[in-house]
Write a protein that binds this ligand. Structure first.
Ligand SMILES: C[S@@+](CC[C@H](N)C(=O)[O-])C[C@H]1O[C@@H](n2cnc3c(N)ncnc32)[C@H](O)[C@@H]1O
Length: 242
């Protein structure tokens, strides 16, 4: 049984929280650019939220990979009810062997499941090897450049994030999410230093790895509601090129 098997529906419904749309989704698609006609691998696809959006945005082929049977079941259920042509595979992303290479790999909250530099290296290598030369990896991760001190409450966004202070390699970063309907659930990520991330990307063969600050959807510009999130971002985007 994988961690997300028991929280799959709660996690799916957390996509209704406003930060998902105005920050997470907007930033991802800004960084991806035009995906029309591109082949995409969605690593740690969960119940397929971004897999479907990528296909709807015009990607020619999108494959979602996730280790949780329940997440894949929800994704396939959506595909059966509203067919888009998304393909799903239940697998450990670290060991995933793609049939061919793709133009883009998306990794939304995969890398923060690595507990060690070695595990992170395996995720990075799998993403790298799945890409065509010149292809890009884009994702979102726990923001290891901004370790919470004690329990950082971002409650108005439906988020709480805590970890030991100071944080050491492999420490648990615990997220508690409160959905728009009040349901709460938890999951754990793992802390690795920014230096460990940089080394893992380099060793996997990536060029130009960089963290990217979140971008706010233009409709929200000037809305002070987002100030606390943006001045203390719990999550960060990243990109790298094969
Ligand atoms: C926070 S959810 C994100 C889901 C999706 N990317 C999204 O943004 O909606 C993290 C996902 O990572 C998956 N996951 C964790 N470790 C994994 C691994 N080793 N291989 C593949 N998926 C993994 C979990 O099952 C879960 O679905």
């Amino acid at each position: 049984m994988q961690a997300y098997d028991s929280i799959a529906e709660e996690y799916r419904d957390s996509k209704q929280l406003p930060f998902r749309d105005h920050l997470e989704r907007y930033t991802l698609f800004q960084l991806l650019g035009d995906v029309r006609g591109k082949t995409v691998l969605d690593m740690a696809c969960g119940e397929g939220f971004y897999t479907r959006l990528l296909k709807r945005a015009g990607a020619s082929e999108v494959t979602g990979v996730d280790i949780s049977a329940e997440m894949i079941r929800l994704a396939e259920d959506q595909e059966a009810r509203h067919p888009l042509g998304c393909r799903y595979v239940r697998a450990d992303a670290a060991a995933f062997q793609p049939e061919g290479t793709v133009d883009r790999v998306v990794a939304m909250y995969l890398l923060n499941y690595a507990r060690t530099a070695e595990e992170l290296g395996r995720f990075c290598r799998a993403c790298h090897d799945a890409l065509k030369p010149g292809g890009r990896l884009i994702g979102v991760n726990d923001n290891v450049r901004n370790v919470p001190t004690g329990t950082a409450s971002l409650a108005k966004y439906g988020l709480e994030r805590s970890c030991p202070n100071p944080a050491a390699e492999g420490d648990v970063i615990r997220y508690t999410i409160t959905n728009t309907d009040g349901r709460r659930f938890r999951f754990d990520n793992f802390y690795l230093t920014p230096e460990t991330y940089e080394a893992a990307f380099r060793k996997a063969g990536f060029r130009g790895f960089r963290w990217v600050d979140f971008r706010l959807h233009p409709s929200q510009k000037g809305n002070p509601f987002w100030d606390d999130f943006l001045s203390n971002p719990p999550i960060a985007a990243f990109m790298a090129t094969r």
